[in-house]
Design a binder for this molecule. Structure first.
Ligand SMILES: [Zn+2]
Length: 88
């Protein structure tokens, strides 16, 4: 268990409180305010693990655009999951 004391979403630049996640039928604080931030961090980590190329540079640009959208939310549920169901 590694829950930040203040229960603020772990994504950089996000000020929302974490969402509760169901663990064994108990509502426990998660790491993220919602699925959008969880997906964002998943994408960011995946990108960080790739060889830096012109292609990853472009993807980083896309990711910054996503971060801007996430930062502009007034409610964490305004943006749903970033990773679609058919992405594997
Ligand atoms: Zn967040």
């Amino acid at each position: 268990m590694n829950i930040p004391e203040d229960n603020i979403c772990a994504r950089d630049g996000c000020g929302f409180h974490v969402a509760l996640v169901m663990v064994a039928d108990m509502a426990m604080p998660g790491r993220w305010c919602g699925e959008a931030c969880a997906d964002y961090e998943w994408l960011r980590r995946g990108l960080a693990a790739m060889e830096p190329t012109a292609e990853t540079a472009a993807l980083y640009g896309n990711l910054r655009g996503v971060a801007d959208v996430l930062d502009a939310r007034t409610d964490p549920t305004q943006v749903g999951p970033l990773v679609g169901g058919d992405a594997g």
